[in-house]
Design a protein around this ligand. Structure first.
Ligand SMILES: [Cu+2]
Length: 508
């Protein structure tokens, strides 16, 4: 049921033996203990019949009750809030009719707690996650990661946030409480009887298309709701934007052209704020904005939109939005409405320096002049990496890194699929936060690249880098925490489910 466990291409004798954790460890003393259930529920989302969803329900067993909150009337999972240094134990209970496992996206946790698909538990199964929060303050999230079923499970509603704070961040006095708003952006399509419509990768023409382009819905949900509106005071806000969509990339901008002030990326706050005309946000990426609503008029309405962009090079058949009937990748549409309140305007200053970012220089890499290539390839009608598909425990000789070393990896997106041309692929690496060194676009793909590149925010720590058609992205990664078998993959969930994922081994 969980796929093969063949050791094809494995490095003999190097696979670590990891005890799948079904019970708590006596030696681990948690500061926060949570129960997290994946359940089936019916929720009223649209007028008429309720919508059947799968969702996470969280509950604090031991620790501060404020650490877990739920969005009202939403299928979105809980927001878990922790402080850096806390030790967390999470009891996952799978009440779904199929296997699942939880990945803590962006968090650096031990191998057994990372949500590798080989640790998926079946219906009724349990898994205990134990880890210390060593990440910087930032916006992280969690979602299922069972092999071949991540796309449909996330789409059904299984998504939650994991927000980390730390002393340095709290000393900044950034907007807090009601003015610290997390926003999960997802696209969805519905059947006529209000049920979520999903075309996963599978047999037939539609399945084949979905496995190539990824699933694209026809309406935007914010924090799980189709009708979300942010009622804001005329004061500065901290907006944490999370792209929780299966495949859709957003090019986010204020409709009136106001530039965006970016203060954070996947791995936390930037050293200093940066300004962008728009931000490009691929599946699983996060961007934190500081938005000053104090200059807005009482009652004014603001619109955050996704601007059009060129999503493919080559034939460009993917431009037609065949999947789910939704607008094509790169189409324009409204994303979020913000309405100003009637209260008095209050201005605040954004600090010019936000965080001290640990130095990581390309010269520290042992392979600066010989980057490890991660090449997007097409194997038949499926996307693959370096010509290989996912193998549950398979890891090749060139997928082994040494604990304590720094490397340059180069994501290379030059392959096309005939009429489909080539496509954007957001590349995610588990077990690390990395820095983007540079990006280069092939002359034949400049139209696509130029249509999004001003929205890249590479100044901070990342765990996912969008690689556009014809683009090469070099990233700098230090493997300095936990040894073990971790994943790297495309975060277009239909690509990942079809095998655009590989293990890599951090060898102690
Ligand atoms: Cu992909």
């Amino acid at each position: 049921m969980l796929g093969g466990t063949a050791l094809m291409g494995a490095v003999p004798g190097t696979l670590p033996s990891v005890q799948a954790a079904s019970t708590a460890t006596a030696a681990f003393t948690p500061d926060l203990e949570i129960e997290l259930r994946a359940v089936h529920e019916s929720i009223p989302l649209l007028p008429g019949a309720p919508t059947s969803v799968w969702r996470y329900r969280g509950k604090v067993l031991n620790g501060d009750a404020w650490a877990v909150t739920h969005h009202p009337d939403s299928p979105l999972g809980p927001v878990i809030r922790v402080h850096r240094g806390m030790r967390v134990r999470i009891h996952f209970i799978n009440e779904l009719p199929q296997p699942s496992v939880v990945h803590w996206h962006g968090l650096i946790v031990p191998e057994a707690a990372d949500g590798h698909p080989r640790f998926a538990v079946g219906p009724g199964g349990r898994y205990v996650y134990e880890f210390e929060v060593i990440n910087r303050a930032g916006t992280y999230w969690f979602h299922p990661h069972p092999h071949g079923m991540t796309g449909p499970q996330v789409y059904a509603g299984l998504t939650g946030l994991f927000i980390v704070s730390d002393d340095e961040e709290q000393a900044l006095g950034l907007p807090a409480g009601e003015r610290d708003v997390s926003l999960v952006i997802q696209d969805r399509s519905f059947t006529r009887d209000n049920q979520l419509q999903y075309i996963g990768s599978g047999p037939g023409m539609m399945g084949m298309m979905s496995s190539m382009t990824g699933f694209l819905g026809d309406r935007i949900h914010m924090n799980g709701r189709p009708d979300y509106m942010l009622a804001a005071e005329r004061r500065p806000y901290r907006l944490r934007l999370v792209n929780g969509s299966n495949s859709r990339i957003y090019k986010l901008a204020w409709y009136d052209g106001t530039p965006l002030t970016v203060i954070g990326t996947d791995g936390g706050l930037l050293a200093a704020p940066v300004s962008r005309p728009y931000v490009t946000l691929a599946p699983s990426e996060r961007i934190e904005l500081w938005v000053d609503f104090s200059s807005r008029a009482a009652g004014e309405e603001l619109n955050l939109v996704s601007l059009p962009f060129v999503a493919s090079s080559g034939g460009g058949m993917m431009g037609r939005g065949m999947m789910g009937g939704g607008p094509a990748q790169g189409s324009a549409f409204p994303v979020l409405k913000v309405r100003m309140g009637q209260g008095a305007a209050v201005s605040e200053k954004l600090p010019g320096k936000l965080a001290s970012i640990p130095a990581l220089r390309p010269e520290q890499a042992h392979n600066l002049n010989n980057p490890r290539p991660i090449r997007v390839t097409a194997s038949g009608m499926r996307w693959s990496l370096n010509g290989r598909m996912f193998e549950m425990e398979g890891v090749a000789n060139d997928e082994v890194v040494r604990l304590g070393t720094t490397e340059v990896w180069e994501f290379i997106n030059e392959a096309g699929m005939g009429m489909m041309g080539s496509m954007p692929h957001p590349m995610h690496v588990h077990g690390v936060q990395f820095r983007v060194i540079d990006r280069r676009a092939h002359p034949s793909a400049m139209a696509a690249w130029r249509s999004v590149s001003e929205g890249y925010v590479d100044e901070g720590w990342k765990d996912t880098a969008l690689v556009m058609p014809g683009e090469r992205v070099r990233v700098l990664i230090r493997f300095d925490h936990y040894p073990g078998l971790f994943l790297y993959h495309c975060h277009t969930l239909e690509h990942e489910d079809m095998g655009m994922m590989r293990n890599y081994l951090i060898k102690a």
